[in-house]
Design a protein around this ligand. Structure first.
Ligand SMILES: O=C(O)CCC(=O)C(=O)O
Ligand SMILES: [Fe+2]
Length: 387
């Protein structure tokens, strides 16, 4: 009797398990990056941190020194040797490629709840206006693999088949890149506790970190003209740091202190890192959340799709966005809170995402003021950047 029961349940389990073999990498055409541009562009000069140096004697101090100028003045730098095999990175690009090639009817099942400012899931292209053209961006955001998000979102079989590996990849980015960088920031800020920022970014506590597949579709010349070639897209990211895997299709530009835009290059084996708003809030603006935008690629890459792989790190939702009090560096600068009341990361994310995901709300708020600024939350404003 008991044997029969066991057999029945085993059979049921086998029947329920889907056959995902068609999603094995051997059966998925690999993603191949388009060739780099030959255009002679004004490239940004960014430092590269070799994270392999991190665990060597005196390595952290060397890296912090290398980083000090970048984090206060530029807000962008590269990291290399971050302990993730290139093959794993390539696999993620392959998943991104195949995800975006799924029919809309499939992707729609994972569509973002825009009204709730919940950015996890699929963001369809063309939702917002860029100058007078529809945007050409499609996104898929995957939250952390913690209990807070378990079972909350629908994934197509293509991604279900690779979930354990996506989780491993995401956790490796957090552990190998985000946390070491936070310790380096603590050194730059001369914090007595090197783990101060790390303690606000534990993987298993609730936060709005997410991993992203992103694609920019080619546009016709007329569409680019209507979109002002992307010149109006200047923005800062809203979290702690953003990680962007090597992107050979040029387009990403950084606004310098001198008011000029420079282009980010595709250094082999690197991740481009930019500081974002919450780390800036935690330092009263001393750490720089840099303004950047993605413009029309140079002529020789205009017809390429631009597939991207990104990770957005954020502090725990309950973190209060006040300047850190025990940094001699910040004390000397006399930095001030950037909000006119105490706000948490959760409130900040919701406020900024509401504007980002709901173009009609944002447009109304920009228009109300008419000075190129919009209040995101509690007296803190974002602005539209010059073309
Ligand atoms: O794709 C890129 O190069 C950057 C994208 C970006 O700025 C963003 O998603 O916030
Ligand atoms: Fe950005």
């Amino acid at each position: 009797m008991s044997t029969t029961t066991t057999q029945t349940s085993t059979t049921t389990q086998v029947e329920e398990k889907k056959d995902f073999s068609k999603y094995d990498y051997a059966n998925l055409e690999p993603y191949v990056h388009p060739p780099e541009t030959k255009a002679d562009l004004p490239w940004s000069e960014l430092v590269t941190l070799d994270l392999e140096d991190y665990n060597r004697e005196g390595g952290k101090e060397r890296l912090a020194k290398q980083l000090a100028h970048a984090v206060h003045h530029v807000g962008f730098f590269y990291v290399k040797n971050f302990g993730i095999p290139q093959e794993d990175v390539d696999h993620q690009f392959t998943l991104a490629k195949h995800f975006f090639e799924l029919p809309t009817s499939e992707k729609e099942k994972s569509e973002i709840n825009y009204g709730a400012a919940d950015y996890n899931g699929w963001r369809r292209p063309g939702r917002s206006l860029v100058a007078s053209a529809r945007d050409n961006i499609e996104i898929f955001n995957i939250p952390k693999f913690t209990d807070d998000f378990k079972g909350k979102y629908h994934y197509p079989d293509l991604l279900e088949a690779h979930m354990p590996e996506i989780e491993k990849f995401q956790r490796a980015l957090h552990a190998n890149v985000v946390l070491p960088l936070l310790r380096l920031f603590a050194l730059v800020l001369e914090l007595p506790d090197e783990e101060y920022l790390v303690k606000q970014h534990t993987y298993d506590k609730k936060s709005e970190d997410h991993f992203r597949y992103m694609i920019y579709y080619p546009r016709t010349e007329e569409e680019w003209e209507a979109a002002k070639y992307g010149a109006t897209g200047g923005h800062t990211d809203l979290g702690t740091v953003t990680l962007l895997f090597r992107q050979p299709v040029a387009g990403l530009q950084i606004l310098g202190d001198d008011g000029n835009w420079t282009w980010v290059t595709a250094q082999p084996g690197t991740i481009t890192v930019n500081l974002a708003d919450t780390i800036s809030h935690l330092t009263g603006g001393w750490l720089k959340s840099s303004v950047h935008r993605v413009v029309a690629p140079p002529e020789d890459q205009r017809d390429s799709k631009r597939t991207g792989l990104l990770y957005f790190a954020r502090p725990h939702n309950d973190t209060k966005l006040l300047p850190i009090t025990d940094s001699p560096v910040l004390e000397k600068e006399g930095v001030k809170p950037r909000f006119d009341k105490i706000v948490t990361v959760e409130e900040w994310v919701k406020a900024k995402q509401t504007l980002q995901l709901n173009p009609e709300i944002a447009a109304k708020r920009w228009a109300e003021r008419g000075d190129g600024k919009v209040e995101v939350l509690a007296g803190f404003h974002d602005q539209k950047y010059k073309e």
